[in-house]
Design a protein around this ligand. Structure first.
Ligand SMILES: [Zn+2]
Length: 84
């Protein structure tokens, strides 16, 4: 199990927050998840920042929520996490 800490920024209001999870996949899996997988999408990033109560539309193009940093057990993962 790895500790993953992701710093997200909401470009609409400038809010910055971190999302933490215990991740059971390897570094590559983590990188994929945030660059091309489910967590590349604003709907999930919105949920990480503000909870699940308010739904956010899926795949609307450029990211409103950008990833500033992905740490995998303290190691910074380089990836293309943001569209647009
Ligand atoms: Zn989505």
């Amino acid at each position: 199990m790895a500790k993953v800490v992701v710093t997200l920024k909401d470009l609409e209001n400038g809010n910055i927050d971190t999302y933490e999870e215990d991740y059971k996949y390897d570094e590559e899996g983590c990188e994929f998840m945030w660059s091309e997988g489910n967590f590349a999408c604003d709907c999930n990033r919105h949920a990480f920042m503000y909870g699940n109560e308010e739904e956010y539309p899926c795949n609307v193009g450029a990211n409103r929520f950008v990833v500033l940093e992905v740490l995998y057990d303290g190691k910074k993962l380089e990836g293309h996490y943001n569209n647009g």
